[in-house]
Design a protein around this ligand. Structure first.
Ligand SMILES: Cc1ncc(COP(=O)(O)O)c(C=O)c1O
Length: 379
């Protein structure tokens, strides 16, 4: 039996065709027609006016902070429950991440705690953060109406880390159009992949143009190599953009498939008291990038670690939930407002195989393996 991976790339004949077309056209690097097309397609998919294709989602977040003016010594608010890249881009600019806990009912950044943090700073005459990054966790959008109202009231720019959320919605809006700038990721385990890549998207066309400039070494518009600013080498290649175009054309099917996979897990575990699921917020439709289950210690002797190891013995890849940033040694000195909710999620959660190319019979293997372990260790 083959190994079942957590979220492997889902590629088809169109990916191959467009990649070879880009290759044969000799638009190998650095830019080319597929890059422009990928940007236009991604802007359309997220309902924004402009997009800059970059080498990673991390690069997109880094440029987002730079473009909203984050400076050395500034604070940047980041949810503690996220992948480390969201936090890392603050120190890239000499800024400090300040962590905020999740809300119990969405697992995304708690809007009440964000408000509390900003109000406390005003009350104590402390400086406001230079930016807030909200994360659409496992494809579930944060509560942007609340977050935007708070950020607008205090004049702090809100950036959307939509790395995991392409294809998700918040009310009638798309992930990617919910902050002043948003970052997408196309790394190997995301809904769509370019093997590695990312995108910065926004309704501000000028800011996106500036992002392209910074991402290509900030080269002045002059025939000599003139540089008035310090730039980066962050542009996506035309070859990878060709794969991105094919991947994006298939986005709707991939989202529907991930949602169907989560639904099937829900049905399969409905009778198990020990199993819960990441809560679905009432305000939107997640893309269900990963199905995340929780285990109730009062109903099973198993644990996320035990279950993961059991699945591993059966050649099934499952992963712990993100370890909160305030528990990471790299961030032991960073302040955190709350953190208990994120700790509880981390201690109880496990991400199950969720790839859009996973067959029903492979999912049956996962379901049977989970059920077998939990019935053996039921309390
Ligand atoms: C929430 C979040 N932010 C940022 C990133 C970084 O994206 P990339 O791997 O493309 O740099 C990822 C994924 O890797 C992510 O899950």
């Amino acid at each position: 039996m083959d190994r079942i991976f957590l979220s492997p790339p889902d590629v088809g004949p169109l990916d191959r065709e467009l990649l070879l077309d880009a290759f044969d056209s000799n638009w190998i690097a650095p830019v080319g027609p597929y890059l422009e097309r990928f940007e236009a397609d991604a802007a359309r998919a997220t309902n924004v006016r402009a997009a800059a294709a970059l080498s990673s989602g991390t690069a997109a977040l880094h440029l987002a902070l730079l473009l909203v003016g984050v400076q050395p010594g500034d604070d940047v608010i980041v949810p503690t429950l996220t992948f480390v890249a969201t936090a890392n881009v603050a120190p890239y600019l000499g800024a400090r991440p300040v962590f905020v806990d999740s809300s119990v009912d969405t697992w995304t950044i708690d809007p009440d705690l964000l408000e509390e943090e900003l109000e406390a700073r005003v009350q104590h005459s402390e400086s406001l953060p230079a930016a807030v990054i909200a994360v659409d966790l496992y494809g579930q959008c944060a509560d942007y109406d609340r977050l935007t109202a708070t950020c607008d009231r205090f004049g702090v720019p809100l950036i959307e880390d939509a790395a995991e959320a392409l294809g998700s919605t918040y009310r009638d809006r798309h992930a990617g159009e919910l902050g002043v700038l948003a970052a997408l990721s196309f790394n190997g385990n995301k809904l769509i992949t370019t093997s590695g890549g990312g995108m910065l998207v926004s309704n501000d066309v000028d800011v996106i143009q500036q992002a392209r400039f910074l991402a290509t070494q900030a080269r002045d518009p002059a025939p000599h190599y003139g540089h008035s600013e310090i730039g980066y080498n962050y542009r996506l290649s035309n070859l990878l953009a060709a794969i991105g175009c094919a991947q994006l054309a298939d986005l709707d099917r991939k989202v529907l498939r991930r949602r169907a996979i989560k639904r099937r897990y829900r049905e399969a575990f409905a009778d198990l008291d020990a199993v819960g699921f990441m809560p679905d917020a009432a305000y939107g439709q997640p893309n269900n990038w990963l199905t995340v289950i929780t285990l109730d210690p009062s109903a099973t002797e198993s644990s996320p670690t035990d279950l993961r190891e059991h699945l591993e013995r059966l050649d099934i890849e499952a992963r712990p939930g993100w370890k909160p940033m305030h528990l990471q040694p790299a961030y032991k000195d960073a302040p955190s407002r709350g953190g208990r909710v994120a700790e509880q999620v981390f201690n109880s959660s496990l991400c199950l195989p969720s790839g859009s190319a996973m067959s029903d019979s492979d999912q049956d293997r996962v379901i049977e393996a989970v059920r077998a372990r939990l019935s053996a260790l039921a309390l």
